[in-house]
Design a protein. Structure first.
Length: 355
């Protein structure tokens, strides 16, 4: 992983700083391979310091190379500022979007000699372009989620409780060895499907409804994320029209995923199609998000995004239509921006399933 620390050093030099203090755990994991829950990383031109607490002493020694490991107890921030790791009057970048106000004040109060330089999204861009091993990990996580989908499909039908289905989804992920769920599964049927982030409830699936199922797990640190919408019994014409519009919007947007594309232009492709199909007012969220060590990470694929897709960035493409008091439809796949065109990592079919 030493080349990733080299990336961090390059970015630090580029920010005209002598060192950077990394406080955000997914960034620390990316840079060092450390999988624990509490650490700080100080990367300077000449030295790298990794700090964690006593619970992780042996884990840090196993996982973290190319850094001096410090285990000072629980006050990691106090140790960074008080123990001579930061030279006098240094210029130190810090993650202003990943630090509490209280910790920011502590930095300034304990080291007034240091020029503290706020940095936003410090590792976002470098993390957004995935290495082959990272894409392979996402693919493995996604394969688990798809196997779970196949496993629970026969259990879906009228009378089944949303929460029971969600519990089964969690159980089947855990049985297949995930580290954790990437998020609480969404199982939202009928009217509840019109709430894009409805949690599973005690409602039972009923004939004539759509059920939106959105789920993902974390395997070897990397997340999966997939949404499928299934009809319980024959859907009416309006439901079919909405499903086809979302499916076509997704297909067009996936085609637009390539290195150099602006994320907001990809969002616009889906949004314009849904607008033309008469559903423009009912696609109430952004089209997608980057995925990797975090289930939601840069780049955002939204109308307001400033991001440009890089080669080997993995994003979700998840258009939806939410008709209040009626139903919701969302379809979500994982797509890699390859130089020779989009690669869809999701294998689960998307022709409308009627159960
Ligand atoms: Zn999702
Ligand atoms: Zn998603």
């Amino acid at each position: 992983m030493s080349y990733r620390l080299d990336n961090v050093r390059e970015l630090t030099a580029h920010a005209d700083a002598d060192a950077v203090l990394i406080t955000y755990m997914p960034d620390i994991r990316w840079a060092t391979g450390f999988t624990g829950s509490n650490a700080l990383l100080l990367v300077a031109t000449s030295a790298t310091h990794f700090l964690t607490d006593g619970r992780y002493r042996s884990q840090a020694n196993e996982q973290v190379q190319h850094a001096a490991i410090h285990v000072p107890g629980y006050d990691l921030l106090g140790h960074v500022t008080g123990s001579g790791l930061i030279p006098d009057a240094a210029r130190v970048a810090f993650q202003s979007d990943r630090l509490t106000v209280a910790d920011r004040e502590r930095l300034g109060a304990s080291r007034p000699d240091v020029t503290w330089m706020p940095a936003v999204g410090f590792l976002e861009t470098v993390r957004a372009s995935k290495e082959d091993s990272e894409i392979a990990a996402i693919r493995r996580a996604q394969a688990v989620t798809e196997a779970v989908f196949d496993e629970v499909l026969p259990q879906i039908g009228p009378g089944v409780c949303e929460r029971d289905l969600a519990a089964e989804i969690v159980y089947q992920h855990l049985r297949r060895g995930v580290d954790a769920m990437a998020f609480d599964p969404i199982v939202a049927s009928g009217l509840r499907g019109a709430l894009p982030h409805a949690r599973a409830s005690s409602k039972r699936l009923a004939t004539g409804e759509f059920v939106v199922i959105d789920m993902g797990g974390v395997l070897d640190g990397y997340a999966s994320d997939m949404t499928r919408t299934i009809a319980i019994g024959e859907p009416d014409a309006g439901m079919r029209r909405a499903y086809e519009a979302v499916l076509e919007a997704q297909a067009r947007a996936i085609d637009a995923v390539r290195p150099g594309a602006k994320a907001r232009d990809v969002d616009a492709v889906a949004r314009e199609h849904l607008h033309g199909a008469g559903f423009g007012d009912y696609f109430s969220h952004s089209l997608g998000h980057g995925i990797g060590l975090e289930v939601h990470e840069a780049p955002r694929v939204s109308a307001h995004s400033e991001h440009v897709l890089q080669e080997n960035t993995v994003v979700t493409i998840e258009p939806g239509v939410y008709l209040p008091e009626r139903f919701g439809v969302r379809i979500e796949d994982l797509v890699v921006a390859r130089a020779d065109g989009p690669e869809n990592l999701t294998r689960t079919p998307k022709t409308l399933l009627v159960l």
